[in-house]
Design a protein around this ligand. Sequence first.
Ligand code: 8YV
Length: 330
Amino acid sequence: MTRQRPAVLIARTVFPEVVAHLQAHADVTMNETDAVYSPQELMAQLQGKDAVLTTGSERVDATLLAACPQLRMVANIAVGYNNFDMPAITAAGVLATNTPDVLTETTADFGFALILATARRLTESEHFLRAGQWNRWSLDMFAGAEVHGSTLGILGMGRIGQAIARRGAHGFGMQVIYHNRSRLDAATEADCKARYVEKDELLRTADHLILVLPYSAESHHAIGAAELACMKPTATLVNIARGGIVDDAALAQALRERRIAAAGLDVFEGEPRVHPDLLDLTNVVLTPHIASATMATRKAMAMLAADNVIAYLTEGRALTPLNPQVLQKG
Ligand code: 8YV
């Protein structure tokens, strides 16, 4: 008797080589239009599927799981997984995986790109030039904040935070301070040349503050009006983590009133919508959630998600499980 091949849904459009890789092991259905499924569409598409590759745009919760009893695995093409209701997924006996490590250095590069662009007013000055407003040069034209030798504050010191710290300390001669739920061991602190401080000191001392923490109920609006009020008026804020960690309305107000100098944002509350007040400001650099977006890294992320699916469906194991307790039960 031939064993039935597992059925896999790819909820967004991924690279052809990733589809081919999966097809060697499973019957694959891909969302060829790449339009984000509504919860009802996702539910319908998942009928009879054993596994699904998701991105941050697909929410997996108890309602979806209850409607898809055959589903055994959800593989996120992202390191962050706030689109997953983990207790519900684990309670349903479904394995969840994410894509750590393969995007660390690429995302740290982009974090630094935003720090530089924000401090040195890169997009603001480019818009000025493109608008034909450059008639004469002046000494203080687009004079921004120093990056080298300044104090870099990092909120959230996981793999990406550490990679940013190393760039700041070793590449730009910055004093690196960080705050995290748990303090790093001494060897990692020494490698990153980073000093642990309380959140309040981080806010008050950083010349450039970058957010690299996961989104959760605990980190919702970790940076709001009160936190922005603690920052230096010359400081810049960069968010490459998740929308919702920053209160975007409060940030827009602080930027408008120049209570901080500038911000660089790759993620937004309710993206792809962007708070209209942010769009009106010149002292903010805005990018559409592209911190991990190099071809090599996006392919590596999708391939890791596919490898997780293949490993689980064919051998009952996974490379980067989020709830390994499900593996033990299986
Ligand atoms: C993803 C990200 O590209 O990995 C993450 O957590 O934010 C990005 O790298 C995005 O979430 C799409 O899934």
